[in-house]
Design a binder for this molecule. Structure first.
Ligand code: AMP
Length: 449
């Protein structure tokens, strides 16, 4: 399939595609939509940004549009499970967009907000239910959702669901699904547990892999800075002041880290907002909207909160903290370089994070090139230096690193408005162990002298 026109889609779906100016299907759509239209199960290995939402939404809308059935209270015909509220909302928006010329209703069910409106929508009847697993189980237990009429089941971002500990919830939901159904299964990665889960769910699926495990996103330029933890904030300020940085997502390990970093950036005059699981749904949506509208230039996020963020024009993804799981790296950097655009992914790697970097490099099957302007305080190890070429050399490209170079730890410490306590390690990240030990040793020596 080369164009959507070749598909036997109902006119209402065709019109919606024309409204969106979609003519050429993305690879995942080209490979899955024809099979899904025939009612086949699908196993798609693809991350966000590949067009996977339309890959499952279009065949579903086409099917429901042909049936022209009325929605029955509390008995959806389609269930889409997503790991996070943000992703659930985005999927709901996609159904609304692609289904705008159809008289179909969708309901959204996710935690962190009152269930009153969700129950009302379910009681009214919805053809399509988009849900996160925890709240869905709550509502199923209260008798607000029956899955006996379900025709299509979609599991989106299955790997993230497992990472988030949803497997027991998933199993309970899967038990309630009718045997006779179509299942569409999407995951950015395919670790053994996901393969096992997919095998238990799918029957003779059409398998499509648009992000092979060993590759990272091609059009995203990746660079690593070796930097001490205490130098990270100053380096970030420098990178962000580069004129090529338009919209950036900065990843931290912890929610607290995200809050503190956003606060410090704000104090430094950078329009920043934090987004993580402890923020209310409203606050997260407001932050995302402000980022979308460019009122906020920098979104400081944790992995979970950033899943499914679908905002075009993110020029930079910055791993302020290296991700603990290598798969998260692929998810993170996929926030940039969307819709065919180029993107830049910068990783700030401190001495204690070298192992995390190696795990990432093993997963993506390549060395992450060194950023051309390394902070001088912590040079790479001999092994790194021999294996790793500077980014500009590695890719044979013009140096597209941060426009304001010469990031050194010394300069970092001279940055105005910086509290000396932070430079000395009183910031949001723990001191490297080695240094703490040396300090303890010094303390002990002092006490004994
Ligand atoms: P997704 O992977 O579903 O998050 O989609 C990524 C982005 O691609 C979304 O902004 C979609 O609106 C857009 N998109 C999906 N399919 C197409 C298509 N065939 N042509 C152009 N844009 C698309």
């Amino acid at each position: 399939m080369k164009t959507f026109a070749e598909l036997d889609l109902i006119p209402a779906v065709r019109r919606a595609l024309a409204d969106e100016k979609y003519e050429i299907p993305t690879p995942i759509q080209a490979q899955t939509v024809p099979a899904a239209l025939l009612g086949k199960d699908v196993l798609g290995c693809a991350q966000t940004g590949t067009g996977k939402t339309a890959a499952f939404a279009l065949p579903i809308l086409n099917r429901l549009g042909q049936q022209d059935r009325k929605a029955t209270p509390n008995r959806p015909l389609v269930l889409v499970l997503a790991p996070t509220r943000e992703l659930a909302i985005q999927i709901g928006d996609s159904f609304a967009t692609y289904g705008k010329h159809l008289a179909l209703r969708h309901a959204l069910v996710y935690g962190g907000v009152s269930q009153v409106n969700q129950v009302r929508a379910l009681n009214r009847g919805a053809h399509i239910l988009v849900a996160t697993p925890g709240r869905l189980i709550d509502l199923m237990n209260q008798g607000y959702v029956e899955l006996d009429q379900l025709e299509v089941f979609v599991l989106d971002e299955a790997d993230r669901m497992l990472d988030m500990g949803f497997l027991p919830d998933l199993k309970r939901i899967i038990k309630e699904l009718p045997n006779q159904r179509q299942s569409l299964f999407f995951s950015a990665t395919m670790p053994p547990k996901i393969t096992e889960l997919s095998q238990s769910l799918l029957r003779k699926p059409v398998s499509v892999n648009v992000t092979p495990k060993q590759t990272s996103v091609e059009r995203i330029e990746q660079q690593v800075f070796f930097v001490e933890r205490t130098g990270k904030r100053a380096l970030l300020q420098q990178v962000l002041s580069g004129s090529d940085v338009d919209r950036a997502i900065v990843f931290t390990k912890t929610k607290r880290g995200a809050n503190m970093l956003a606060q410090k950036l704000l104090l430094g005059g950078v329009k920043a907002a934090a987004i993580h699981g402890n923020k209310s749904q409203g606050a997260r949506q407001r932050a995302l909207e402000a980022f979308r509208q460019k009122q906020v230039e920098v979104l400081v996020a944790t992995d979970v909160a950033a899943r499914g963020i679908d905002i075009d024009g993110v020029t930079h993804v910055i791993n302020y903290d290296m991700p603990l799981e290598p798969e998260s790296y692929v998810h993170r950097i996929g926030r940039t370089g969307r819709a065919g655009a180029e993107g830049m992914a910068l990783s700030f790697c401190s001495a204690d994070e070298r192992g995390d970097l190696r795990a990432i490099e093993n997963l993506i099957g390549q060395k992450v090139p060194l950023a051309p302007n390394q902070p001088k305080a912590e040079p790479p190890t001999a092994a790194d230096a021999t294996d790793r070429k500077p980014a500009s050399q590695a890719r044979g490209r013009r140096n597209s690193g941060p426009k304001r170079p010469t990031s050194t730890a010394t300069e970092a410490q001279q940055t105005p408005n910086r509290n000396p306590a932070e430079v000395a390690g009183g910031g949001d990240t723990p001191k490297p162990r080695r240094r703490r030990k040396t300090q303890q040793r010094r303390q002990r020596t002092k006490q004994t002298t």
